[in-house]
Design a protein around this ligand. Structure first.
Ligand SMILES: Cc1ncc(COP(=O)(O)O)c(C=O)c1O
Length: 390
């Protein structure tokens, strides 16, 4: 089932044929041993991707459920959480904390910038933060968090490090065994979803809990959720033919295929490819006079929030792109109408990006702006090649 349109939004991302084929396979029973085998293989690659000694959970839901799972299983009502927010999705943790009765304090960056680690340290010195949430890439702003800086600061104060990888997993390294400047300085939870850099349709909540996060769950006798309680899922993930709630069987087929594709590409190669694509897309769009909300030093490999040059009408621009089969997203919040967002992650190809760059240039020309499409495509190839070397 080839895609008719190019989904250039920051998720869902284009789904490749092998994944559609997996999705449309005959549905087996959710306790069928053959299904369990497929699920086990997918979980095993997930575990390797996060390089964790802990446990991984893949259940029906979306990224918001995985955010909730991360918090409800590690932080008790009344405990304090520090939220490090680089945009709309960082802020979402505030609402989740409120719903769960967790005391939330937030450090919110100006859109397009990172939160200064010194401010985080100052806040943590006040004491008693059970966990800190960090959004690896905020999909509203295209800002990437600097884990090298943030993990040591959070760990110095003994808080759990919860990482939202919804717009990063499978495109950026999220190694839960990596020591960030000290043997205990590790990421404790990574939460994510199927529809972005993993390249599978929306529908799965994916969460990895490291040993300290699992210990935090054990310390809490009960939690304020039934479906999202990892203790109800832990034995199921080890023996996926057992029943707690019905698995989304066809989505697991698709996910298993997605994980195979990721493993075949190789984690390091996939991360490198995404870094190269991000740089190349931004360099190409600069040829058209476009600028970016996030400065290059903090720009994400997976999504860019692009600011229009003078004279571009957002609705006209994006609807004209859509008529040509290229679907881009609008800018959010304070930037609505002033820019657009492009996802550049997942199982995507150079042909797709060069096509998109041409179509964007042609659309600008239609709107009366000068745009050198061939030069932009040339720059894309050059920058991609320079940055995609092993
Ligand atoms: C960084 C980030 N976190 C969380 C979410 C929420 O995920 P979902 O929409 O799948 O519930 C999104 C959605 O785009 C996201 O980009």
């Amino acid at each position: 089932m080839p895609n008719k349109e190019l989904l250039l939004i920051p998720g869902p991302t284009p789904v490749v044929d092998e994944i559609y084929e997996a999705l449309s396979r005959e549905t087996m029973g959710h306790t069928d041993l053959r299904f369990a085998e497929i699920f086990r293989d997918a979980l095993s690659i997930t575990q390797k991707m996060f390089n964790t000694d802990g446990e991984v959970f893949v259940i029906a839901g979306s990224g918001t459920l995985s955010m909730e799972m991360a918090l409800v299983n590690t932080v008790a009502p009344g405990d304090k959480v520090l939220i490090v927010s680089h945009g709309y999705f960082g802020d979402r943790f505030i609402g989740i904390c409120n719903a769960l009765g967790i005391q939330a304090e937030a450090l919110v960056a100006e859109w397009g910038k990172q939160v200064n680690p010194a401010l985080i340290e100052e806040k943590l010195q006040e004491g008693n933060f059970k966990a800190v949430t960090v959004t690896h890439v905020d999909t509203s702003t295209g800002v990437v968090s600097n884990l090298e800086e943030l993990v040591p600061v959070v760990k110095k104060y003994g808080a759990l490090f919860i990482l939202d990888g919804v717009c990063a997993t499978a495109a950026l390294e999220e190694d839960m065994n990596k020591e960030f400047g000290g043997k205990d300085n590790k990421i404790d939870v990574v939460l994510t979803a199927s529809q972005k850099a993993i390249g599978v349709p929306p529908g799965l909540a994916i969460v990895a809990f490291g040993p300290k996060a699992l210990e935090a769950r054990r310390q809490m006798k009960k939690v304020a959720s039934y479906y999202a309680d990892i203790q109800n899922w832990s034995h199921i993930m080890k023996e996926p033919f057992k029943y707690f709630a019905t698995h989304p069987v066809n989505m697991i087929y698709a996910y298993a295929q997605g994980m195979k594709i990721i493993a075949a590409e190789g984690f390091a190669a996939r991360f490198r490819r995404h870094t190269a694509i991000g740089k190349a897309i931004r360099a190409a769009l600069r040829v058209y006079g476009m600028s970016f909300l996030a400065k290059e030093e903090v720009a994400a490999p997976t999504i860019s929030c692009i600011l229009y040059p003078e004279g571009v009408d957002d609705v006209k621009f994006r609807s004209s792109l859509a008529q040509k089969g290229v679907i881009a997203a609008g800018a959010l919040g304070p930037l609505a109408g002033r820019g657009f967002r492009v996802g550049h992650m997942g199982n995507t190809s150079t042909e797709q990006f060069t096509h998109a760059i041409r179509v964007i240039g042609e659309t600008l020309q239609e709107l009366g702006l000068a745009a050198d499409c061939e030069q932009a495509v040339k720059v894309y190839h050059q920058v991609f090649a320079e940055n995609n070397q092993a």
